[in-house]
Design a protein around this ligand. Structure first.
Ligand SMILES: [Fe+2]
Length: 285
C-alpha cells in the first residue's frame, strides 16, 4: 500500500471549496456564470479544476458567498497550516488510515499522568492506534465518535471488542449496531473525563444530522484546548453540507471558530490546524 504522506495535504482544493459552496447555496449555474462574466461551459471546467484568472475567481467567490481573500490564497497555494508540533501538544496523536481511495483521521488523546486515553473515531485500521497504545502504555477508556459515516467507524467492532471502552456516539445519528458494547448517546453539552482531561461535546451538525465536536482541556501541558472536529471543518475548508450547508457553516463560524485562537483543530481528513489559522484562511469562516 502507498505510504500515507506526512504532513497530510489539504483535504480540499480550491475547486472542491467552490463546488461545496455552489451545491450548498443551490445557486443557479447560469446566473453564477453570468455574474462572473463567463459562459456556463467555462464554469464547468473551472469546477473541474481548470483555474481561471484571479479576477474571475474573485467574482465567483463573491457570488457564492465565499470569502474572496482566503479563497484566492487557497487557489494560488498561499495557504498551508503550520505543521503539527508534537512538543506543544503532549498526548495528542493524529492517526491517519486508508479507507478506499481516501485517508481518514482518527486521534488518540491521553492524560500523561494516569495514561488514560480516548480514541476519536476509529479510522479504517486499528493497527496504528494499537501500536501507539502499546508503545505509550495507555489504557483506552473511551471511544468518542464524531459522526456515523462509514469511514469514521470502519473498525468499530474491533475497537469495542479489543478495549471495551466507554463508547460515546451522537444522539441524532443512526443508532450504532455494535455487538461489542452499548453506545452512550450524547448531545451538545455532554461532559467526558479522560483521567485529568475534561471534555465537552458541541453539536456541529450540517455535514451529518448529529455531528459532534469534542473540545478537551488539560489542567497543564497544552497551551490551549484540543477540538476534534470530525468532518465539520477541514484546514482551509469544511465538510460537505450534506444535511444542511447553512447550519454547517453557522456551526463552523459560531461554535468552532469562537474557541480560543490557539485551539488545536483535529479534522477527520487532512492536516491539523488552529482556530486562529482558520479564522484567517478558511473561505467559509
Ligand atoms: Fe463524513
Amino acid at each position: 500500500m502507498t505510504p500515507i504522506p506526512q504532513p497530510l495535504p489539504l483535504e480540499d482544493a480550491w475547486n472542491d471549496v467552490l463546488g461545496k459552496a455552489v451545491r450548498g447555496t443551490g445557486i443557479d449555474e447560469k446566473n453564477l456564470a453570468a455574474s462572473a462574466n463567463i459562459i456556463p461551459s467555462q464554469l464547468k471546467s473551472i469546477l473541474g479544476g481548470e483555474r481561471p484568472s484571479e479576477d474571475t475567481l474573485r467574482r465567483l467567490a463573491i457570488a457564492v458567498g465565499l470569502r474572496p481573500g482566503p479563497f484566492l490564497d487557497l487557489a494560488f497555494q498561499r495557504y498551508q497550516p503550520a505543521p503539527f508540533d508534537a512538543a506543544r501538544w503532549p498526548g495528542v496523536v493524529q492517526v491517519p488510515t486508508r479507507y478506499m481511495d481516501m485517508i481518514v483521521n482518527s486521534y488518540l488523546v491521553w492524560d500523561a499522568v494516569s495514561r488514560e486515553a480516548a480514541l476519536f473515531d476509529t479510522g479504517a485500521d486499528l493497527a496504528p492506534a494499537r501500536a501507539i497504545i502499546e508503545r505509550e502504555r495507555l489504557k483506552l477508556s473511551a471511544l468518542c465518535i464524531t459522526h456515523m459515516h462509514g469511514d469514521h467507524i470502519a473498525v468499530l467492532d474491533d475497537v469495542l471488542k479489543t478495549y471495551r471502552p466507554r463508547f460515546y456516539a451522537p444522539k441524532d445519528e443512526p443508532a450504532p449496531n455494535a455487538p461489542g458494547g452499548n453506545a452512550i448517546l450524547i448531545e451538545e453539552g455532554a461532559e467526558i473525563s479522560i483521567g485529568a482531561l475534561k471534555g465537552r461535546a458541541l453539536l456541529t451538525d450540517g455535514h451529518s444530522a448529529g455531528h459532534l465536536t469534542y473540545v478537551f482541556t488539560a489542567p497543564s501541558g497544552w497551551p490551549a484546548p484540543v477540538a476534534v472536529v470530525g468532518d465539520a471543518l477541514f484546514a482551509g475548508s469544511m465538510g460537505g453540507g450534506v444535511v444542511s450547508y447553512s447550519r454547517l457553516r453557522d456551526n463552523v463560524r459560531n461554535k468552532i471558530l469562537t474557541l480560543p485562537p490557539a485551539t488545536l483543530l483535529c479534522p477527520g481528513h487532512g492536516p491539523t490546524t488552529t482556530v486562529g489559522e482558520e479564522d484567517e484562511h478558511n473561505s467559509f469562516a
